[in-house]
Ligand binder design. Structure first.
Ligand SMILES: [Zn+2]
Length: 339
């Protein structure tokens, strides 16, 4: 039954929603919206990361986190917003969106607002845009956040190891985000980049780190620089065994090896999901927060899905059933012949 505004609706506007007979509460259906928006957000991020993987755009490419990373988080937020809005519409009206509606100008504007809002909230909650990109194992990875000072090219000592275990448990492998097994203290820049390999060749240079770039110039380009300037300061990042072995190969042959990841879990992702909550109640049919006669009904969603996919599913079911029915008929006839 649609809710009727109670008599005193004018005197207590803010509290109207809970005084109605059947409140079409704006946040009803929040678990469903959050689940669908989360799937749209995660799916968009995975698709963006896969595209970057094939285009070889990693978290180590200069300016990539600030451009491609922001775009991926923004797109994922816009997708989450649209998914949340579609569900709200289906749950309140029993109808899915038409192609024309999706192209509508204010819909596009809303998606643009979600894009900016999602990226801003993600950043405000402490998110880093490089997590949207795959990692190149020769450089600090998508999850490179905290590290500890390394003692030159040496391996980590016992107390450094303990600190690395704590970092690994909290932040995961800086390339893939894994927390499995025991961590390795990964030198950044790698020893071959900082000191040179046995054959005297230097490993690749991290263009995202100005200090490292200047140091390389001073030591390798300025005459006599190698004697005057010390190698760059190195740090240990927590790394898993799998990424460590990939890195050894990549450094030995100096070839890019890219690692994809599932983004890890981080509270900052909630910032990218909030735009989807913003659209809840858009189709309640009233004006103002949470007001309107159309309440959130799960059966409306089922109706909308049936209407959208029913003919398609009937077609599939028919196509599957036809040969089964034909086989049954043949069996029946054979049985009759035998009798
Ligand atoms: Zn890893």
């Amino acid at each position: 039954m649609p809710g009727r505004p109670h008599q005193g609706a004018r005197c207590c506007r803010g509290a109207r929603w809970w005084r109605q007979d059947e409140p079409p509460w704006r946040l009803k259906g929040l678990p469903h919206t959050a689940t669908l928006a989360g799937a749209a957000f995660g799916g968009t991020l995975m698709a963006a990361q896969t595209a970057c993987y094939y285009l070889k755009v990693t978290a180590a490419v200069p300016l990539a986190p600030a451009t491609v990373g922001v775009a991926a988080i923004g797109l994922a937020s816009a997708a989450a917003g649209q998914a949340g809005k579609m569900l709200d519409r289906a749950a309140r009206t029993g109808r899915g969106p038409s192609a024309r509606e999706l192209r509508r100008e204010d819909n596009v504007r809303e998606a643009a607002v979600d894009f900016v809002l999602g990226a801003l909230l993600f950043k405000t909650l402490g998110g880093r845009f490089r997590v949207a990109l795959p990692s190149d194992v020769r450089y600090p990875g998508a999850f490179a956040r905290e590290s500890i000072p390394a003692a030159g090219r040496e391996y980590a000592n016992e107390s450094q190891r303990r600190q690395l275990v704590a970092l690994y448990r909290r932040l995961g492998c800086h390339h893939c985000g894994s927390r499995a097994g025991r961590p390795i203290g990964d030198h950044m820049p790698p020893n071959k980049s900082a000191h040179g390999g046995r054959d005297g060749t230097k490993g690749p240079l991290n263009w995202q780190d100005p200090e490292e770039v200047v140091n390389r110039f001073m030591r390798d380009v300025v005459p006599g620089g190698a004697a005057r300037f010390p190698p760059p300061r190195q740090r240990y990042y927590p790394q898993c065994e799998s990424c460590s072995s990939k890195q050894s190969t990549a450094m030995r042959v100096n070839r890019q090896v890219i690692v994809r990841h599932f983004g890890g879990w981080n509270g900052s992702y909630l910032g990218g999901l909030l735009p989807s909550v913003r659209h809840m109640g858009d189709y309640a049919g009233g004006s103002g927060w949470g007001s309107g006669p159309r309440s959130w009904q799960w059966r409306n969603v089922r109706g909308a899905v049936d209407r959208a996919f029913g003919p398609l599913l009937d077609g599939v079911a028919g196509a599957v059933a036809a040969p089964v029915r034909a086989a049954q008929e043949v069996g029946d006839r054979l049985r009759r012949i035998r009798l």
